[in-house]
Design a binder for this molecule. Structure first.
Ligand code: C2E
Ligand code: CA
Ligand code: CA
Ligand code: CA
Length: 279
């Protein structure tokens, strides 16, 4: 142990020290993950009530050379804190556009949309719209197939700037979905001003229906709110036929969750859509 009494962390909180160390190792590895080709996108189906796939959400996967799969819940926060989420976020967006182009070449997948998660930190950069536009132009993707998922927390600060950015991308054809809806703060005050097309009901609420009366009330309220504002509503984390029945009766239009399919590699996703393409 260190002799310096000021370096108290090591003496008094070895757990914290360990955590900080694990984090900095993860950070160092994440810096290399991109160029080592350890990052990959998986695709989770977004379906109608009958299970017909109309789109997907792109979900980032990290296959670490030594540790194996590192869950996004572990490395996304590290990426956010270090700013690595910015290059990684543009890499994800570019890969998503390339995937949309591959889908466009096959009738079985040509009409699919692809939703990409955008971190608040990336969205708030002043060059965000320029960067997105550059990727759209460079890949020549059809922007009408591209959806961006933002969380409420990305929109609470600098709301006018956020709306201006969303308007600009919307003019290109890109649509916005409000992710994890209901878990953020004070969204009602500005919700009607946001140029979004969809609310995404958070999995924590979906998990409570139909049994829990409060959860059911929240889901009904979100769907009614979406209706009143002319927005589409998708539910995430749908795992059971009972949840699906409840959501369907409540007026939800789209569904995503293990009931319809886990996030999967492109080849498996294509097979699910009846495409013979192997990626
Ligand atoms: P999210 O955007 O809310 O994504 C949905 C998460 O729920 C995914 O976890 C997905 O695998 C999981 N999920 C989907 N259906 C079910 C279900 O029926 N049951 C359960 N228990 N889980 C379900 P995942 O892939 O681990 O991602 C976690 C979070 O990491 C995402 O939450 C998102 O916030 C973040 N993330 C993932 N990929 C990206 C990315 O490319 N960029 C950014 N900025 N964030 C990402
Ligand atoms: Ca999402
Ligand atoms: Ca979500
Ligand atoms: Ca969620």
């Amino acid at each position: 142990a260190k002799a310096d009494g000021r370096n108290t962390l090591r003496f008094f909180d070895p757990k914290m020290q360990e955590l900080a160390l694990a984090r900095s190792v993860l950070e160092a590895d994440l810096r290399h993950a991109l160029k080592r080709g350890e990052l990959d996108l998986h695709f989770q189906p977004q379906c109608d009530r009958q299970g017909q796939v109309h789109g997907a959400e792109a979900l980032l996967r990290w296959q670490h050379a030594q540790r194996g799969a590192v869950p996004p819940a572990e490395f996304i926060p590290v990426a956010e804190q270090t700013g690595l989420i910015i290059p990684i976020g543009y890499w994800v967006l570019r890969q998503a556009c390339l995937q949309l182009n591959r889908w466009a070449a096959d009738p079985a997948t040509a009409s699919l949309t692809l939703a990409v998660n955008v971190s608040a930190r990336q969205f708030h950069r002043s060059d965000f719209t320029d960067q997105v536009q550059a990727i759209i132009e460079e890949t020549r993707v059809d922007p009408r197939r591209l959806k961006l998922e933002l969380t409420e927390s990305a929109l609470v600060e600098e709301i006018d700037d956020a709306i201006a950015k969303m308007e600009r991308l919307r003019r290109l054809g890109v649509a916005f979905s409000l992710d994890d809806f209901g878990t953020g703060y004070s969204s009602l005050a500005y919700l009607h001003r946001l140029p979004i097309y969809q609310l995404k009901i958070d999995r924590s609420f979906v998990a409570q229906v139909p049994e829990d009366a409060n959860g059911a009330a929240i889901v009904h309220t979100i769907i009614a709110l979406g209706r009143a504002l002319g927005l589409a509503v998708i539910a995430e984390g749908v795992e059971s036929p009972r949840q699906l029945a409840f959501l369907g009766n409540a007026g939800c239009d789209s569904y995503q969750g293990y009931l319809f399919g886990r996030p999967m590699a492109a080849a498996a996703f294509n097979a699910r859509c009846g495409s013979a393409a192997d990626a």
